[in-house]
Structure formats: structure tokens, C-alpha cells
Design a protein around this ligand. Structure first.
Ligand code: ADP
Ligand code: MG
Ligand code: MG
Length: 916
């Protein structure tokens, strides 16, 4: 029983680990009786042996000999024969496709003697020498390591000398001379002759393929694609068939559906009188597949039949590589093909409609990330190709934004107020830029990576963002930037229009037309609106097909999922949008923004209050405003729950900046001023100093603040209760819930509950209705998770605040660590992905698991959800499903993504398997 070699005829597609993708699929096609040239695969075991020891296994030589003998008998030809030589290709092929990363050598077995045999056998001398020169060229380059250009230049010289424009114009004599020249190059460059012995050629080519696994570019590719370095590649040895045997021969690549749009129908490129590499190398202009129909309708029909068969068999889009040798079709490769996001949706839904796959399978073949790509408005690609490209940087948050450049947040805000679309351009952003970011249609930064402040915040807001554009030199003081472009330095000043593409990282000078995404129209306004929106003509048809596909799969996800999907929304407006996108409630309504703007003075008065009366007066003034906020929110969410979080950040965040205020006070003192403003400033300054914290994130905030500042939480709770009562009186169905942030001890919760119970009793008495609003906790500290059993007893629900829980579990302050060292931590492998983007399952996930288990042990029906950015992250959602949560809550525009992923999570949890 052979260990390292397996004939195509003996394998199947189930053996991708052992045979690599190419080998397994060649075996599968052979098994299906499709026309595959006979051959065998040297297994990944051999490669792993080679990677370990630096040597090929000794058994391999013998096994290869046996396999070659079998091949010779099948073909009735001999390797190196003077009259009827067998030629083979040696092809790499790992489990995961690594296009263009590794090596392939064609026409192995040709030498000075067998080239005559090949000519005789084919009755075509030109063809034989063309094949030989290709071998020397390819072998020289990939096996002997000679610079490819050396051969290419020689080929060009030969063409010039012969007055030829294409290599097909070279005749047998030209090609013979070229081969001689190529062999000389080999001698000059390596100090040895081109190996004439076919077996030596074969063995050297096999080792070259094994070696190519570890080239720098292959390693880089694997790092980027997260392919393990130790799985190794297989090596396929395949009988040669010839596409370069004249005009009735050729070679091509084809897809069973359009991989860009998903449109059904074959699609591909064909090149007459050529060998495989020529198509991909783009040496000559290819013909569309339809041209093959004209040249050779029989072959074309056979190919279509094969493709149909493959699609049936793999039950998915396949791509193929094929060769036609004098009117005979040969299949050289197939695999389930890569595709764009729209194609993925369309193909999955249409295969289901054709009853080739089930709806569950169809849903598993698309992803939330793909759906989110479909939701952003897009630049018209044709127009973008003609626009002036300033630079290409990191795509941080998708979308297509066009606006006037501004270089500071205040200007962004002011210009936006007067109705301008602006792009905020900064070296990097920090929390002070939030106002500007909210005002802008896009954000562009010169520094920082995918986890930089700008990137994270923009993603959270669904704002188009490009970061790390190092070609930019931003000068905010001068309100301009210079850009180092390929065609010189370009100056861009405030007010100039730029366009940024958050999906590709491109930055253009001037406007680029944007096309709205019909998928977004579908998600907010329904199928009919989206279909109408798509317009007319061919493009419209494909957009409509896409909309229908998304509809079909998303509806199935909604049926399949157990997790409910809510949204994080702070205002009535956000709530409205969330509901349109399918949110089943608000999982987190923050109240901080309700203390900003004109209300800041009231907060100041609460803080500066000299006695209870003064503070109560300020609180009383806030009450109607808060009630109004909550009324708007609850009205939008009528019939659905809204979880309102009591105020969370430290109060001094609402006071003026310490430095600014100190300067003002100092200046006033120098001038000897003694105005009422000045004495007020002095008072505030004292308060700011008093309340200053070294680590505000870990200081007086959340429930701690509520317990220390009398009346603050009470005010909010009362506002919720009164808003509830008002709406009830109007016959509405408001469903607020009160959430207490940053609880570490059950005692904190008890204290807040006591306040809440008292207020609810008061409101019940005042309004004559029974006011009973659930009070729950945000679990966002490790201690809360670890004492969940106790906290659950006093809580009506749990909601994991995974942002703070991640910060406190890792001991990271997000704003500090992301800019400072996350890039390095990602580079050196401590982090593969930011724990703020995708939940850290081992650490934070374990805390969640403990908390859920312990809490449910005392309260089996305790509702538990998650709010925080992770609620919209696909991988995290699968975990939340598994751990048994009831719902996830995320930004409104992530709601559809979460719905889709929650459906996928439910399906994969019941052990769905895809046979591809
Ligand atoms: P890649 O993985 O880069 O696609 P392949 O091993 O598929 O490399 O080889 C590239 C091309 O070489 C193939 O598409 C095919 O056209 C050609 N080729 C490989 N083996 C043979 C063969 N036995 N006969 C004819 N052409 C071949
Ligand atoms: Mg290939
Ligand atoms: Mg928090």
C-alpha cells in the first residue's frame, strides 16, 4: 500500500487534506468520468516530511517510479522516448487555493532526442519546439531560479528578428534557435547544462514545488489569509495535453456563473493555440468563451455539459481550467469558485430555487460581512476608474463619501450645520473629534490602523472611513494638506472636494458619483420599493435578482434564529431607523447625551449645589426634559422593550476642560478682574479640580455615581415612570426597562432597587395605575460576572456590556491601548483580532459563560442579552447563541447583519453539514 502517491483514479474530493484542493478535485472529476488526463498526486504527507527534514522521503522515489510506469502503460508512451514520448506537468496544489503563489512546470520529459519524437508523433515540428522552449524557460525560471526576464527578453528579441508580433508567428526554425539560446542561458546562469534526463527533470521539479511552499510571498499570503504554515502542499503529476497544437487547439478558464454578479450562465476566457499559462499571464488577448462556440461548437457543447455536471455535483459555482487538443476537450482543474458579496447572495438563493441546495445550506453560504458590504452606497466603478486617485490607504469602514475637506471638528460641525457635506481630515482622531465625526459624511486620517479611534468609532456609527493614509501631510493650522501622489505633490485646501471609498481605501480628488445600494432600500422600505428603485435594463435585472436573494435568505434567517435582535439607540430618530431595519426593541438606550448642550448648566448646578434644596431644584428642572426624551423613545418603540441605562460616565465629563478653564481664570486674575463670571469660573474650577480622576474609567461613574450624588438616578427613574404613565394614559403600549450600569456588588443593586421601588409606588399612587418597570443590571465588570448568582436574585434581567467587560478583563483602557500598541500586538501575534471587535472567547467569553450558568441556576428564566459593539459581530454572535443568550443588541445599521448571523448560528448549532 502506497503512502506518498495516489493515482487520480483512486481519490476523491473528500481527500483535500491529503491531496490538496487541486488533486482532490482532479480525482473527483476522474471519478465522475470527465475527461481528465491521467496522473497522480504526491500527498501532503510527503511535503510535511520534506518540511521537517529537508529531504524527500526515500520511499517516494520508488513510488513515483511505479506511478510513472502505470502512467506509461495507460498512455502507451514512455518518458523520454525518441518516438512516442510521455510528457507530464508538475503542479502544486495545497488544501486552500493560493493563486499564483506556488509553481507549476509544463512539458517535463522533453529533451534533445524526445523533441524529435514529439514532432514526429504530432506531425508538427513547430509545436514540438514551442513545447521544448517553454519547458526550458519554465524549468529555468521556477526550478533553477533564473530571472524570468532573461528568457522573456530573448523571446522578444526573437520576435523582433523574425518580424513577428506574437509568439504564434514564430516558425519551427525560430523556435529551435530560441530553444538553443535558452539552453545557453541555463548554462551561463547556473554553470550546468539543462538536465536532459526526464527523471532528473521530474525529481527536480517536484522538489521545486515542495520548496515553493516556503517562499516569502507564499508565507505572506498565508499569514494574510490565515492559512496554517504546516499543512504543506501536494504535488500533482499530470499527463500533458496540448493546447498549442494549432488553431483547433487552445486553452481557457471558465465559471459556471458570473463570479462578480452571480448571473447564471457560463462565463470565461479562451485562447487559441496556446498553453495554459498564457491565459493567466495575459500575454495575448483572450477571446470570450462564446468565441469557442464559433470555432468548435462540439467542444463548446461538451464543455458546457461538463460545467453543468460539475455544478450539479458540487452544488455550487465552479471554476474550471481546460485545454482543447485538436478538437478534444480536457479538464485540468476545477474548484468551488471565489465570488463577490452580491454574487454570493444571488448564487446561494438561485441554487436553492433550482432545488440544488436547501435553504439552510443557502443561508450558510452567505455571511453577515457580505451583507454589510451590500448595504453601503457605492461609487460608480466606471466613474471611479476615470477619477484622480490621490492615494490608497486602509479601508476602515465601508461606504462611499463625497464632501468638502475640513481639518478640524468645529469647522466640520459649522459647515454641516449650513448643509454642506464634509469629509473630516485629521492626522488621527481622538474623542474630542466626535462632534466633527458626527457632522461629517466621511473621515480620513493620515495615521492609525483598523483599530484606531477613527476606525472604531466610524464603524460603530456606520460612517465611511479611510485611515492610515501615509501619503497625506495634514496641516490643521494652515487648513490644508499635501498629498504625495504618483504624479507629484498635490495640495488640497479646506473646501476642496474629495471622495473616499471605505471599502477599497481609495481617496479621490473631486467628486465621484455614488450609486445607492438597493439592498439598503430593501431593508428599510421593503421588496417592492427596492425593486422599483433598481431602475430598468440589464443592470436593473441583476440588482433586482440581488434584492430578491437577500430577501429570501434574510427571511429564512429570521425563521431559523433563536436570538432576538435589538438595537442600541439613544434618540427617537435612531429608534425609528432601528425599527425599520428589523430591530425587535432597544437593548441599550444611553442617557448621557441628555445631559449635554443647554442642559450642561443644570448639571453644573447639580454639582456645585451647596445644599439639598439647590440640587433638588436643578434636578426638578431636568425632570420634564428627561421625561420628554423618554417619551419620544418609548413612542417609537411602542409594543417593544426599551432598555434605558441610567447615567454612566463620571459627572466631570460634563464640566469644562481643566486646562482651558485654568487659563481663563489665570488671565482674568492677571487683569485683576472681579466679575460674576469670574467668580463662577473660580467655583467651577475648584469643582473640576476636586473631581479630577487619574483613571476616570475606573472612578466615580455608573452605579457609584448614582449612589453618591443624591437624587440623580431617582430623577431618571421618575422620568421613565412618568413617560410610561403618560403613554399608557394615551392608550399606548410603552415597555421601558431600567438598567443599572457598572454594578460590581449585589448590594449596589439593592440600594438602587429600593429607590426605584419607592418611586414606582409614588407614581402608581399619583397616576392611579400599577407602575412596575423591570430593573436589571449591566454585567460589565468581572466581579459582577463572578457573583452572578447573587446579583441574579435582585435583577429582572442581565445585559452584558462587553465593551467595558473587555476593558476590565484585559486591564485595557481602550482609548489608550488601541493607538499605542495594538498595531504592534497584532503584528507580533499577541492579538489576531482586536478583542473590542470580536469577543475574546477564551477570556471574556468564559466570564459570560460563568455568569449565564450561575444566574440561570437561581433564575432559569432570567432574560439575558448583550449590548455593545460585539452584538453586531458575526463571530461573537455565534458564541452568544451557543452560550444561551436571549438577544443581542447592536447599532441600528448592524441589525440586518445580526439577524442573518443569528440565523446562521442557529443552523450551524444543529450540525448542518455542507457536502461541497
Ligand atoms: P495554478 O495553480 O497556478 O492554476 P496549474 O497547476 O493549474 O497552476 O497550472 C497552470 C496551467 O497550466 C493550467 O491552467 C493548465 O492550463 C496548464 N497545465 C497544467 N497541467 C497541464 C497538463 N497536464 N496539460 C496541459 N496543460 C496543463
Ligand atoms: Mg490552475
Ligand atoms: Mg459600560
Amino acid at each position: 500500500m502506497s503512502t506518498y502517491v495516489q493515482d487520480f483514479a483512486d481519490g476523491s474530493m473528500a481527500q483535500k487534506d491529503l491531496l490538496g484542493g487541486k488533486g482532490a478535485n482532479l480525482a473527483e472529476m476522474t471519478r465522475l468520468g470527465l475527461p481528465v488526463p491521467p496522473g497522480f498526486t504526491i500527498t501532503t504527507d510527503a511535503c510535511r516530511y520534506y518540511l521537517r527534514t529537508g529531504k524527500v522521503p526515500t520511499d517516494l522515489r520508488v513510488e513515483v517510479t511505479q506511478a510513472i510506469r502505470r502512467l506509461e502503460d495507460t498512455m502507451n508512451r514512455r518518458l523520454g522516448d525518441f518516438h512516442e514520448p510521455l510528457l507530464v506537468s508538475v503542479r502544486s496544489g495545497a488544501k486552500f487555493s493560493m493563486p499564483g503563489m506556488m509553481e507549476t512546470v509544463l512539458n517535463i520529459g522533453l529533451n534533445d532526442a524526445s523533441v524529435q519524437g514529439l514532432a514526429e508523433q504530432a506531425g508538427d515540428e513547430r509545436f514540438a519546439w514551442d513545447s521544448y522552449r517553454r519547458l526550458v524557460q519554465m524549468f529555468g525560471k521556477t526550478v533553477l531560479g533564473i530571472e524570468g526576464d532573461v528568457f522573456a527578453e530573448e523571446l522578444d528579441a526573437a520576435k523582433t528578428a523574425a518580424g513577428a508580433t506574437s509568439d504564434t508567428d514564430l516558425d519551427a526554425d525560430d523556435l529551435r534557435a530560441l530553444t538553443v539560446r535558452f539552453k545557453e542561458i541555463v548554462r551561463e546562469q547556473t554553470g550546468r547544462d539543462f538536465p536532459q534526463h526526464p527523471r532528473e527533470q521530474l525529481d527536480l521539479a517536484i522538489v521545486a514545488v515542495l520548496e515553493s511552499w516556503n517562499t516569502e510571498r507564499a508565507r505572506l499570503y498565508r499569514r494574510r489569509e490565515r492559512i496554517p504554515h504546516d499543512i504543506g502542499t501536494a504535488v500533482n503529476v499530470c499527463t500533458m495535453v496540448f493546447g498549442n497544437l494549432g488553431e483547433r487547439s487552445g486553452t481557457g478558464v471558465a465559471f459556471t456563473r458570473d463570479p462578480a454578479t452571480g448571473q447564471p450562465g457560463d462565463y470565461g476566457d479562451y485562447l487559441r493555440n496556446a498553453q495554459g499559462e498564457d491565459v493567466v499571464a495575459g500575454i495575448r488577448n483572450t477571446l470570450p468563451l462564446a468565441a469557442l462556440e464559433e470555432v468548435d461548437p462540439d467542444v463548446y457543447n461538451e464543455l458546457r455539459g461538463v460545467m453543468r455536471r460539475l455544478e450539479m455535483h458540487y452544488r455550487d459555482l465552479c471554476d474550471v481550467e481546460f485545454t482543447v487538443e485538436e478538437g478534444k476537450l480536457w479538464m485540468l482543474q476545477t474548484r468551488v469558485g471565489k465570488r463577490t458579496a452580491p454574487a454570493a447572495f444571488r448564487i446561494a438563493a438561485e441554487l436553492e430555487a433550482e432545488h440544488l441546495i436547501t435553504l439552510d445550506e443557502a443561508l450558510m453560504r452567505v455571511s453577515g460581512d457580505q451583507l454589510s458590504q451590500l448595504m453601503f452606497p457605492q461609487f460608480d466603478r466606471k466613474a471611479a476608474a476615470k477619477a484622480t486617485l490621490l492615494t490608497r490607504a486602509m479601508a476602515a469602514s465601508p461606504g462611499a463619501a463625497v464632501g468638502r475637506c475640513v481639518f478640524d471638528s468645529q469647522t466640520a460641525h459649522d459647515w454641516a450645520e449650513r448643509g454642506e457635506d464634509v469629509i473630516l481630515v485629521r492626522r488621527e482622531t481622538n474623542p474630542d473629534d466626535l462632534q466633527g465625526m458626527i457632522a461629517a459624511v466621511g473621515v480620513l486620517t493620515a495615521r492609525g490602523g483598523k483599530t484606531s479611534h477613527a476606525a472604531v468609532v466610524a464603524r460603530g456609527m456606520g460612517l465611511t472611513c479611510v485611515v492610515g493614509a501615509e501619503a497625506l501631510d495634514v496641516d490643521p493650522a494652515a487648513r490644508r494638506m499635501t498629498v504625495d501622489t504618483a504624479s507629484g505633490v498635490v495640495e488640497v485646501v479646506e473646501g476642496d472636494v474629495v471622495a473616499i471609498d471605505g471599502a477599497t481605501g481609495e481617496v479621490f480628488l473631486g467628486a465621484v458619483p455614488v450609486v445607492p445600494s438597493p439592498v439598503t432600500t430593501y431593508l428599510t422600505d421593503g421588496v417592492d420599493a427596492a425593486l422599483a428603485d433598481a431602475g430598468e435594463g440589464d443592470a436593473a435585472e441583476s440588482l433586482q435578482a440581488l434584492v430578491l436573494a437577500v430577501d429570501r435568505l434574510l427571511r429564512h434567517a429570521d425563521e431559523a434564529r433563536r436570538l432576538r435582535v435589538k438595537a442600541n439607540a439613544d434618540t427617537g430618530e435612531d429608534a425609528h431607523r432601528a425599527r425599520a431595519l428589523g430591530a425587535e426593541g432597544i437593548g441599550l438606550a444611553r442617557t448621557e447625551h441628555m445631559f449635554l448642550g443647554e442642559r450642561r448648566v443644570l448639571v453644573e448646578r447639580i454639582i456645585l449645589a451647596r445644599d439639598d434644596a439647590e440640587r433638588d431644584a436643578a434636578l426638578a428642572e431636568l425632570l420634564p426634559l428627561q421625561r420628554q426624551d423618554f417619551t419620544e423613545l418609548l413612542q417609537e418603540m411602542d409594543g417593544l422593550t426599551s432598555t434605558i441605562r441610567l447615567i454612566d460616565p463620571p459627572l466631570h465629563e460634563f464640566l469644562p476642560d481643566l486646562t482651558e478653564l485654568s487659563v481663563r481664570v489665570a488671565l482674568a486674575e492677571e487683569r485683576g478682574e472681579s466679575s460674576p463670571e469670574h467668580s463662577h469660573d473660580l467655583e467651577v474650577l475648584a469643582a473640576v479640580r476636586r473631581m479630577h480622576e487619574a483613571n476616570p474609567m475606573l472612578g466615580l461613574r455608573g452605579v457609584r455615581l448614582g449612589l453618591v450624588v443624591p437624587g440623580l438616578f431617582g430623577l431618571q427613574i421618575r422620568a421613565v415612570c412618568e413617560a410610561w404613565a403618560d403613554l399608557r394614559a394615551k392608550g399606548k403600549d410603552p415597555r421601558p426597562e431600567i438598567m443599572v450600569p457598572l454594578v460590581a456588588s449585589v448590594m449596589e443593586l439593592h440600594l438602587v432597587r429600593d429607590v426605584a421601588t419607592a418611586i414606582m409606588a409614588e407614581v402608581s399612587a399619583e397616576r392611579g395605575v400599577r407602575c412596575e418597570i423591570p430593573v436589571g443590571v449591566m454585567i460589565e465588570l468581572p466581579r459582577a460576572a463572578l457573583t452572578a448568582e447573587r446579583i441574579a436574585e435582585a435583577a429582572d434581567f442581565f445585559s452584558f456590556g462587553t465593551n467595558d467587560l473587555t476593558q476590565t478583563t484585559w486591564g485595557f483602557s481602550r482609548d489608550d491601548v488601541e493607538g499605542a500598541f495594538f498595531a504592534q500586538y497584532t503584528a507580533n501575534g499577541v492579538l489576531t483580532v482586536s478583542p473590542f471587535e470580536s469577543l475574546d472567547l477564551r477570556g471574556v467569553g468564559r466570564l459570560l459563560d460563568i455568569a449565564v450558568t450561575d444566574a440561570r441556576a437561581v433564575k432559569p428564566n432570567l432574560p439575558i442579552g448583550v449590548c455593545g459593539e460585539h452584538g453586531g459581530d458575526p463571530e461573537s454572535i455565534h458564541f452568544f447563541h451557543t452560550v444561551g443568550l436571549d438577544y443581542v443588541s447592536c447599532s441600528p445599521f448592524r441589525v440586518p447583519v445580526a439577524r442573518l448571523e443569528a440565523g446562521r448560528a442557529a443552523i450551524s448549532a444543529v450540525g448542518h453539514s455542507d457536502s461541497r
